[in-house]
Design a protein around this ligand. Structure first.
Ligand code: GLN
Length: 490
């Protein structure tokens, strides 16, 4: 019998709703897959078998009693280990929070529970979401299910690998500069970063507050639409959460977009993009053309500054957000401290990893009184120009299509000693965070060497409905999302 986990997420939800499969049976399959395969994928930091089975059984009992279950219908989901869940450890893959247990649940966790999700475990990540390969985790290195010697991408490494490795059909990640879309692309799954303000950040451990968004991973576009629908909407506990109705993303998903106008930016095909990625993306554009979409050239002239701007703004915000971890209010406390200042310095020195320290140093430098105007304020101004480019583009087109990341999955260890090479992984994803617009990565096929390549679609603020419909159009025409890594086939 072929495993249920080979089916796309939305089909599983349909089967659960129809009573063809129970949540307990599906959760057991996930737990079995995790025990068989996660010793090689290493997507999970923590799996609570008893708790997830208890959740699943209670959902099944409620369904049997005629209660309505919510749109996720008992589907098992993995959660990136920086989203707080009451009574559960939340390490951010850092020694700093190794022993931290969340005293409350994030807004998205409350929403997921209300929607009938089974939360099976906590997914590995780069420490405090800083990284593009998962190698900055203090605890383990996650492998790409398509090739265990390669990275799944990051920072939502475990969330992407769990879905690609058919360990859970969906997961939650967070995206500050590309951390959902880049690993989704490298792992051949769907990953969506919503508009800034669409999903509450209450209970998300902050990295760079003006850029962070929680978003869904799923094995298909319909699954991502369901998960977004379950989480999106206003939350008064996050002052940047926008009070605006949430459309039913799933209802309109299969209505094809007549005369879809797709913007293609010259800047997305400039130097630095690997030929094999460019080739897959060009073929994807041909698919849209054959479906009746109109391809229109657009310009994003300030996008070339995006990485530089991001590495001023994100570290600046991070240096402030991470100031709370000093061993007293939060986090690891040194055993060797003399003075108070010494306690701060040693606690932070002992528990933060190299990349986190590098970001804090960059941030405090950019914010220091002598350099604030020259670096931080300048970066804010260029950030506005980047947003203006998108506003001008979306006056002419519905979505922008292009690559997600310049290469396919690179070998573990290949970029760890070269931070610039690592930072450039996000060259095509960072602009959406700076501009606050939504973006999605969808499977676009395999490279000649058999590794997944994603297609990125971006849309105007709050145009997730258009984004998902455009993504679904491609998926329905190609079926690349049904490709499963050999190690996960059963
Ligand atoms: N890779 C980028 C960074 O290291 C983006 C991370 C993210 O989106 N959380 O900052």
């Amino acid at each position: 019998m072929s495993s249920l986990l080979n089916l796309p997420a939305a089909e599983l939800v349909t089967r659960l709703a129809a009573g063809d499969v129970t949540s307990a049976a599906l959760t057991e399959e996930c737990l079995a897959a995790i025990s068989q395969r996660d010793s090689s994928v290493r997507a999970f930091l923590n799996v609570d078998v008893e708790r997830s089975l208890a959740q699943a059984r209670s959902i099944d009992a409620r369904r049997a009693a005629g209660e309505s279950i919510g749109i996720l219908q008992g589907l098992p989901i993995a959660v990136k280990d920086l989203i707080c869940e009451e009574g559960v450890s939340c390490t951010c893959a850092s020694r700093m929070l190794e022993n931290y247990i969340s005293p409350y649940s994030a807004h998205v966790i409350e929403r997921l529970r209300a929607a009938g999700a089974v939360l099976v475990g906590r997914a590995n990540m780069d420490e405090f979401a800083m990284g593009s390969s998962g190698e900055n985790s203090a605890f383990q290195v996650t492998a790409n299910p398509w090739d265990l010697e390669r990275t799944p991408g990051g920072s939502s490494s475990g969330s992407a690998a769990a879905v690609a490795g058919r360990l859970t059909p969906m997961s939650l990640g967070s995206d500050t500069g590309g951390s959902i879309r880049q690993p989704a692309s490298l792992c051949g799954v769907v990953g969506l970063k919503p508009t800034y303000g669409r999903v509450s950040r209450y209970g998300l451990v902050a990295f760079a507050s003006s850029l962070d968004q929680i978003g869904p991973f799923a094995s298909d576009v319909h699954g991502a639409a369901l998960l977004l629908e379950a989480m999106a909407g206003h939350d008064p506990r996050d002052s940047t959460s926008v009070d605006r109705p949430v459309p039913s993303y799933t209802n309109s998903l299969n209505e094809p977009l007549k005369g879809l106008r797709i913007g293609v930016a010259r800047e997305h095909f400039a130097e630095g993009l690997d030929d094999e990625v460019a080739e897959v993306v060009r073929r994807a554009l041909d698919v849209y053309r054959s479906l009746g979409a109109e391809l229109i050239d657009i310009e994003l002239p300030h996008s070339k500054y995006a990485v530089a701007v991001y590495y001023l703004i994100a570290p600046s915000e991070a240096s402030s957000n991470l100031a709370r971890y000093e061993g007293i209010h939060y986090g690891h406390r040194t055993e060797k401290a003399g003075s108070l200042a010494d306690l701060y310095a040693r606690s932070r020195g002992e528990a933060f990893g190299t990349e986190v320290k590098r970001r804090i140093m960059l941030g405090v430098y950019a914010l220091s009184s002598g350099y604030y105007d020259q670096y931080y304020v300048k970066a804010l101004k260029v950030r506005r120009l980047i947003r203006n480019d998108f506003d001008a583009a979306f006056a002419k087109v519905d979505v922008i299509a292009g690559p997600v990341t310049p290469s396919t999955a690179f070998k573990l260890g290949e970029r760890t000693s070269d931070p610039m090479a690592m930072y450039l992984s996000d060259i095509y994803t960072i602009p959406a965070n700076l501009a606050g617009i939504p973006g999605i990565s969808i499977p676009a096929g395999l490279s000649p060497s058999g590794l997944p390549v994603g297609l990125q679609l971006q849309a105007a603020p709050f145009a997730e409905e258009t984004l998902l419909r455009a993504a679904r159009m491609f998926e329905a025409a190609t079926d690349h999302h049904r490709l499963i890594p050999p190690m996960a086939r059963s």
